[in-house]
Write a protein that binds this ligand. Structure first.
Ligand code: G6P
Length: 293
């Protein structure tokens, strides 16, 4: 890769993890090569849009807590191998930086992950090429593009596990999922639905099925709304750990559940991606933030 443009700096972050600090004309971000993990983003002169745990560990064998972990090639515990890392290996892997350039007022970073001896010996042994493009500006656009380099069909799950910062989750509404069936991971396997906007009164862990392209998080106490617009995604996961799960999670502080909600642009469960040899799939999420009246 040629020299970085002036708006992008390569730094050594906590734990010695390499990260790119972007200070663009329209937006600012911090992206780690560990997991190709976007840990911060905000439009210039706006508050951080992504939530990042103050207790996050920054080590090569754990995922950063907050920002946008990439879940791939499985979501949650591996179905047959609970000993394997939750949410797959991508968020624990070192991605290589392919590209870093300015495009108009935005900054575009691209990262690559391919199969290694270790992944080929794992429970997901396929040959693949994954490219992750991060466009930082007044909006944040994330695209995970996966190609099957193998000689047989493969399937995978994926999620851009986006932690959004809110002033108070108890005063937050999520719209765009009304009437959409969801599997409540804390309830039974049969999908249920609600015609109401989502509000939060307890632990929430839902996989919405056949979702439309737009979900809006209305952070009423913070007087702003974040719109997540997506393509190539059949499911949306909504998560807040609430009190007990937060207390049981080492890299979350006791009150952290109040200040975040995850809207995860995903293809999980029955919406897993199946790729013929040579075929590709792109999953895209765009975040935009606006003031609420
Ligand atoms: O703690 P992690 O492995 O990062 O997972 C955090 C959460 O991710 C998703 O939202 C899942 O639906 C949850 O069941 C899980 O608790």
């Amino acid at each position: 890769m040629s020299a970085l443009p002036p708006s992008i700096r390569l730094e050594s972050g906590p734990g010695g993890l390499a990260r790119l600090r972007v200070e663009g004309v329209a937006g600012e971000a911090v992206v780690y090569t560990h997991g190709a993990h976007v840990a911060q983003w905000n439009p210039v002169d706006a508050d951080p849009v992504l939530w990042l745990s103050r207790r996050s560990r920054f080590t090569r064998d754990t995922a950063i807590r907050g920002g946008v972990p990439i879940c791939f090639p499985w979501f949650g515990p591996h179905p047959g191998r609970p000993d394997l890392p939750s949410h797959g290996f991508a968020r624990l892997a070192e991605w290589s930086l392919l590209e870093a350039r300015e495009v108009d007022d935005d900054v575009v970073l691209a990262f690559r992950l391919t199969d290694t001896e270790a992944t080929r010996a794992s429970a997901w042994p396929h040959r693949f090429d994954a490219t992750y493009t991060v466009r930082v500006g007044a909006e944040l656009t994330l695209e995970l593009h996966v190609t099957n380099l193998d000689d047989h069909e493969l399937s995978y799950e994926e999620a851009l596990h986006t932690y959004l910062a809110v002033a108070d989750v108890r005063a937050t509404r999520v719209t765009g999922l009304e009437g959409t069936p969801y599997v409540d991971k804390l309830g039974g396997p049969d999908p249920v639905r609600s015609d109401e906007a989502v509000t939060f009164t307890g632990e929430t862990d839902r996989v919405y099925l056949d979702t439309g392209p737009i979900t809006i998080v209305e952070d009423v106490a913070g007087r702003r709304a974040v719109t997540v617009t997506k393509h190539g995604s059949g499911s949306t996961v909504l998560w807040n750990p609430w009190i007990e799960k937060t207390a049981a999670t080492a890299d979350l502080g006791d009150d952290d559940w109040t200040g975040m909600v995850c809207v995860e642009t995903a293809n999980v469960g029955g919406a897993e991606v199946r790729l013929a040899p040579g075929a590709s799939h792109a999953l895209t999420a765009t975040l935009a933030v606006a003031r609420l009246a």
